[in-house]
Design a protein around this ligand. Structure first.
Ligand code: SAM
Length: 221
């Protein structure tokens, strides 16, 4: 394939990036430590660093899939005091824990609003918090619903808004490098989602081979 690199990233490259980058905020490290023993699926740290770079300076961001607030906090710390985030997760026990970590990081309560409902139902119900307009969106919830999240988001996006979706390589299953489990409903859905986003002329999209695969798409309006 044209442009294939002579060297694929390895552990040493990742260690170099980690050693060269600033330490994450203590509250982010605390979330990592809390998530690990309970196997709460949060973004990996390298993807968090990329999210921060992508969302820096955004003013109104909507997130689908909060868990205990790790990706939310990377975004909130990057947008700075002027940024507002609405984050959606039906699991209140998780989002209550998230709120405590955000406070630990000094992110004021009014900067992050939580919607405790399934995202598609909340969009459909016209929840006022989700009216937008948004200049950023991060998607990290049910993989078979990714396409529907984007369709619900489109009327709420400002021209130039950035839409980012996590897990679009699904641990190698999307490309076929690994076989899906028999009951996997996500792999085909993610293939459809990726193909649709990469070919949609209303977006300028690319897949970053970082973490579990981050799709970034700029809404052209
Ligand atoms: C992968 S985790 C999110 C991780 C988080 N973005 C992070 O990196 O810190 C997915 C979350 O989506 C939530 N979820 C499940 N169904 C959902 C739905 N219909 N709408 C929104 N969130 C949903 C789950 O409760 C779970 O906490």
């Amino acid at each position: 394939m044209k442009g294939v690199r002579e060297h694929l990233f390895g552990e040493q490259d990742l260690a170099y990036i980690e050693a060269t980058s600033p330490d994450p905020h203590a509250a982010l490290a605390a979330i990592e430590a809390a998530a690990e023993p309970e196997k709460i699926p949060i973004l990996d740290r390298a993807s968090g660093r990329v999210l921060a770079a992508l969302f820096a300076g955004r003013r109104r961001v909507v997130e689908v899939g909060t868990a205990i607030g790790y990706s939310t906090l990377w975004i909130a710390l990057a947008t700075g005091p002027a940024g507002r985030i609405v984050t959606i997760d039906p699991d209140r026990s998780r989002t209550d824990r998230a709120r405590a970590f955000w406070r630990q990081a000094g992110v004021a309560d009014e900067r992050i609003e939580v919607v405790n409902a399934p995202a598609l139902a909340a969009f459909e119900a016209g929840d006022a918090a989700l009216a937008g307009p948004f200049d950023g969106a991060f998607i990290d919830a049910l993989k078979p619903e990714y396409g529907a999240y984007v369709e619900a988001l489109i009327p709420r996006l400002l021209p130039g808004a950035l839409v980012v979706a996590d897990n679009v390589l699904w641990s190698g299953r999307v490309s076929g490098a690994r076989q899906p489990e028999p009951d996997d409903h996500s792999t085909d859905a993610l293939r459809t989602f990726n193909a649709s986003m990469l070919s949609d002329s209303r977006f300028r999209a690319a897949i970053l081979p970082i973490g579990d695969g981050l799709l970034t798409a700029t809404w052209r309006g």
